[in-house]
Design a protein around this ligand. Sequence first.
Ligand code: AOF
Ligand code: ZN
Length: 350
Amino acid sequence: MRDHSEYMHRCLQLARLGAGYVAPNPMVGAVLVHKNRIIGEGYHQLYGKAHAEVNCLDSVKAADRQLIAASTLYVSLEPCAHFGKTPPCADLVILHRIPKVVVGSRDPFKAVDGKGIEKMQAAGIEVITGVLENECRELNKRFFTFHTKQRPYIILKWAQSANGCIAGPEKEGVGISQDLTNRLVHRWRSEEQAIAIGTATALIDNPSLTTRHVSGPNPVRILLDKELKVPSTNAVLSDEADTIVLNYHREDKQDHVQYVKLTQDEPVVEQMTRVLYGFGMLSVIIEGGSLLLQSFIDAGCWDEARIITNPALVIPGGYKGPILREGELQESLTSGTDLVHIYRKHSSVQ
Ligand code: AOF
Ligand code: ZN
């Protein structure tokens, strides 16, 4: 008899195949097992399309279909209970008379949130929960953070010299990371729904914040420019990708630039995360400058920090980078001669 966790691992492997195609939905995998033999497998492949359970049941061969009602369904996320873009998976499980369901993690989405499990139990199905729960939550850390904390998953990113500087003495741009690392950063950007910078970074670096070095979607650009100091000729305002400008003065839309007005009576970090949540953005990567990054650090409002260090570069009298006060090192890697350290505020999604 194989352990439940073995089949749940398979669900997770399958779920990962949906990476990059399913957001803002979670990645989900499902496996149907009859007497230690996998007779069906499936995963959520594309946003708006069939859920993992549907694809799993569809994959069962004609010769095995009579076994469905004597099988166990493993699924990395609680089967849904609501009519969204697709009908409820819990109903499908009941319809197929599947006697036992093993669930990785409960679905934090309000329309589900335990209702899928309750529905199946009410129909007499044996439901086992919490198998590889941490791994299942970790896989969808953005989705879980978004629904449980009502804010996006926040990734802080900066590149610093060996002496902890992110720019020259006058905040002027200094090439810190190497080309290879810049490609990695573009990959990171393409994995998030939004990318944020502050006024000084836009004015000094004039970055386009696109993912032009890799194939992948462009995240929505978020410019925090309280006093609207960044001119319309700046890359983030003048090229064709979408930008949201958070500011104290205007609330309107011009071409691909959406202006959102903030109040001066509440900290910017809270307002920013609320606006991003309102736009349905599961994740944001904050790329500077130092003040913006530090304000998220000081508010304790972040999930992951990715710090690139060029150990061969010293910038005498340079502009100091942010200082991380908490978090644990999760991963260290090299990119050419650059070092990349990834810190997590919590080791698993809480
Ligand atoms: C499942 N199996 O494979 C996934 C689920 O608009 P819809 O119909 O696609 O529903 C999206 C929600 O369904 C999503 O927010 C999440 O709560 C759940 N995702 N549920 O039973 C799946 N991907
Ligand atoms: Zn579903």
